[in-house]
Design a binder for this molecule. Structure first.
Ligand code: PLP
Length: 421
């Protein structure tokens, strides 16, 4: 029996209505930019498996490092113990994070690092005797699938059963270059009638909202407003971190730095699950006390797993290499060229790009998980490219090591797909 058939017996997949989508493609091997399935088909991974393996699949530089670490120290409790990979990772990561970031708190995935960011913001005020119970977030944000992260997200079509249990969140539109004044007025109104603890946001690019992009100047104004009102700013860089926007972090495009940052996905180069919530000394000091209850009583069994830390360290080294930095520049230029070429196509409504993230909107109405979306997905896969359209948006976020010919093929398949919509 094929893996695909055996899968159906016991497995329940994420984000899947199994009655409508019973088939999962069985991948048996991955290398560099390619995925290989059990039927001998191969696909260019043009979204880097949800923007994680940016240095390519099964990258030997990274797998060798993890293999070495595996023979030295596999796992140990991180409460009361520490180890070289975590310490080294803190030293290396702090060097490239925005200057105000000074402490790292480990967890396992994007949702949990946001959850921790939210808890830090709430408890920071609580510890000062200033209990605040409202959060601010952008419309159309996505921050993960645990309760706190779901609450600040607003792609809520599928959140119906849980909404009654959400945190108190007020929403503001993303800055579009024309609405700065209106957004600041909304913020002023919100703080008049609410005690706001924090602002949780995806800086510059909202990934799951189909790569919706916004304006850095406007975001800077919002961050300044937050600073003036002692509202803790929590930048969710789970998607935008590690080079996606052309800089190491999207937050480096703004003058006002976030108090807290959430990192995962490309953090471990797609090899192992791990996440980090980083914060400024100022936030950390809000928990530092003779009173034990003022500490952050949150922890995960696999916090700072040494293998995941060693994968992250190898990834950081690659990110800062001149080869990867040059590749990033080439991909940016190449996307610009493709954007200019495709934007006049009658089936294309608009194109947009921030760093290596490229997106185009089709000139048709379609639902996020509807028929046309399925048709496009099948077309891409049939032609050997893994792309995952979101609503009427097709986006590319390929590994940094993608070859020129592979990228050309991705563009061509997208252009060909426009004929079937
Ligand atoms: C993917 C993502 C998350 C959630 O991460 P998981 O590891 O899937 O829980 C949170 N925020 C952003 C911006 C993301 O892209």
């Amino acid at each position: 029996m094929s893996i695909q058939e055996r899968d159906k017996k016991h497995l329940w997949h994420p984000l899947t209505q199994h009655k409508l989508h019973p088939e999962a493609i069985a991948i048996t091997k991955a290398k560099d930019c390619m995925l290989y399935d059990e039927n001998g088909n191969e696909y260019i991974d043009a979204i880097a498996s949800w923007y994680t393996c940016m240095y390519g699949h099964c990258n030997e530089f990274i797998t060798n490092r993890v293999h070495q670490q595996m023979q030295q120290l596999d796992q140990v409790v991180f409460s009361g113990f520490t180890h070289e990979p975590a310490v080294k990772l803190s030293e290396e990561l702090i060097k490239i994070l925005p200057k105000n970031q000074n402490k790292l708190f480990f967890s396992d995935n994007g949702s949990t690092c946001v959850e921790i960011g939210i808890k830090m913001a709430l408890q920071y005020h609580f510890n000062k005797g200033d209990k605040r119970n409202t959060l601010i977030a952008f419309e159309d944000g996505f921050h993960g699938d645990t309760f706190g992260a779901m609450s600040v997200s607003s792609l809520s079509v599928y959140n119906g059963p849980f909404e009654d249990f959400f945190l108190d969140v007020k929403r503001i539109p993303t800055p579009n270059g024309h609405n700065h004044h209106a957004v600041l007025e909304m913020l002023a109104d919100i703080v008049k009638t609410n005690k706001v603890a924090g602002f949780v946001y995806e800086p510059l690019v909202q990934g799951a909202a189909a790569m919706k992009m916004h304006d850095a100047t406007g975001l800077d104004l919002i961050l300044q407003f937050c600073k003036e009102h002692d509202i803790i700013t929590v930048a969710d860089e789970v998607m935008t971190g590690f080079g996606k926007t052309g800089k190491h972090f999207a937050s480096l495009h703004m003058n006002t730095k976030p108090d807290i940052m959430c990192l995962s996905k490309a953090l471990t180069a797609g090899l192992l699950p791990m996440a980090i919530t980083s914060c400024s000394q100022h936030i950390y000091d809000g928990f530092y006390s003779d009173d034990i209850s003022k500490g952050l009583f949150h922890g995960h069994t696999y916090s700072a797993n040494p293998l995941a830390c060693s994968a992250a360290l190898a990834g950081l080294e690659l990110l800062q290499s001149s080869k990867i930095q040059d590749n990033i520049k080439c991909i940016i230029a190449s996307h610009q060229e493709f954007g200019n070429h495709i934007k006049t196509h009658p089936k294309v409504k608009s194109t947009r790009q921030t760093g290596v993230v490229f997106a185009l909107d089709l000139n048709v109405e379609m639902s996020r998980y509807g028929n046309l979306r399925d048709k496009l997905f099948s077309f891409f896969m049939k032609h050997g490219v893994f792309l995952r359209p979101l609503g009427n948006t097709i986006y590319i976020q390929a590994p940094y090591i993608i070859a020129k010919e592979q990228l050309e093929k991705v563009y061509q398949v997208i252009e060909d797909a426009l004929e079937i919509v």
